[in-house]
Ligand binder design. Structure first.
Ligand code: ADP
Ligand code: CIR
Length: 356
């Protein structure tokens, strides 16, 4: 190895000069100064940037890899959060301002009756964090229980169609859990390696659970990836009904629960892909030809849609059925996100039906 001694010495001198603090550790002295400053910062919950990127470090195949263990991360670590948000949501993060408008569910388009058999089921969810609490990894058993109790209190206002019961995960049998997971109502059982690395499963399964109305069309997850996931779901393609029920449920829950909200980033969530509206509107749709053609991913990307398998994120398609949803969650209103998902699905189905 040929070492250019002069250049090496000049480089080392430059690095050493970056720290004027004579008490600096050798690590501080030799780490590039901007990296040192980034690593040194903490939020009021003691979160460092290393905590935020842990999932990416442990899982090199992550698609995003970043998590916010507490709400302050979005402002404390702009060096990493802002460019990631900009790239994922395709927004100008500097001028970004969160916008919200549920609009009128009846203004959503109907799917053509020729597509009736292609759309198996429809679901829309929003992710929320209770104001005043850190996200999952920074919760203690007590604070996680506090969140659960506050939310159970808010469920008391759900009446009529939305009336239902809360079930503690730790009190359910494995058989009950499996059956609810299989039928798409309940979250998976702590098996997401990305979320695991990020600390999302601490003290699992305690203080987790699911609220369900009697018809299992209105569901709320507690203390899974986010403190709260409010979900409306039903068989078939009537997205107007699904959306209308979701908006009704959110408004009632918000009479009691106050959710963390940021002027720029909207509703704050554990994963930066969910900030803004927190809304993912999806259909389980039969696209066997498009799926087999290998063109689906590319087509979805061009329509701002995201394909997933039939058992959620990181699962596979079965029998040509895909979970297709809006990919971005910020920069557009809730209504526009659901509307553009519907229009995108129509385009995918047009394409599917035109294929030989
Ligand atoms: P999230 O939507 O909360 O980000 P996942 O992608 O893990 O989380 O999906 C959670 C569950 O919801 C999975 O069982 C998934 O199959 C189910 N699901 C998603 N969209 C639909 C849909 N349109 N119809 C039925 N089930 C759905
Ligand atoms: C990852 O980084 O791969 C996981 N944490 C999942 C990221 C969120 N998924 C998505 O694309 N919406």
């Amino acid at each position: 190895v040929i070492v250019n001694k002069k250049k090496t010495q000049a480089f080392l001198n430059k690095q050493a000069l970056k720290s004027k603090n004579s008490k600096a550790s050798l690590t501080q002295k030799y780490l590039p100064k901007d990296v040192w400053l980034w690593l040194q910062k903490t939020t009021k919950y003691g979160t460092t940037m290393v905590d935020c990127v842990k999932s990416a470090v442990e899982n090199p195949n992550s698609s995003v890899g970043l998590y916010a263990p507490d709400p302050d991360c979005y402002d404390t670590f702009p060096e990493i959060f802002w460019p990631v948000i900009s790239d994922y949501h395709k927004v100008d993060v500097y001028s970004l301002k969160s916008i919200h408008d549920f609009g009128n569910p009846n203004d959503l388009p109907d799917f053509d009756s020729k597509y009736a058999d292609s759309i198996v089921s429809s679901r829309i969810r929003v992710g929320r964090t209770l104001d005043g609490f850190p996200m999952g990894p920074k919760l203690s058993r007590e604070t996680r229980e506090e969140i659960k109790d506050l939310m159970i209190e808010s469920f008391r206002n759900l009446q009529g169609e939305l009336y239902g019961d809360f079930f503690e995960l730790s009190e359910m049998s494995y058989k009950e859990r499996d059956s609810l997971i299989e039928s798409h109502y309940l979250f998976a059982d702590a098996d997401d390696k990305y979320l695991k690395s990020a600390g999302g499963y601490s003290d699992w399964p305690l203080n987790r659970g699911i609220f369900m109305n009697r018809k299992k069309t209105f569901v709320v997850w507690l203390n899974e990836e986010d403190h709260v996931r409010i979900i409306s779901i039903q068989q078939g393609s009537n997205i107007k009904q699904v959306y209308s029920r979701l908006v009704k449920g959110i408004n009632i829950i918000e009479q009691k629960a106050k959710f963390a909200h940021h002027d720029k980033f909207g509703y704050l969530t554990f994963c930066p892909t969910n900030i803004g509206t927190g809304l993912r509107a999806s259909v389980h749709v039969k696209l066997p030809k498009l799926g087999a053609s290998g063109k689906l991913k590319q087509l979805c990307e061009s329509l701002n849609l995201q394909p997933r398998g039939v058992h959620g994120e990181n699962s596979e398609s079965e029998g040509g059925v895909y979970d297709i949803s809006n990919k971005v969650r910020i920069g557009k209103t809730e209504f526009d996100l659901v509307n553009s998902m519907c229009l995108g699905i129509k385009k995918l189905l047009d394409e599917e039906f035109a294929m030989k």
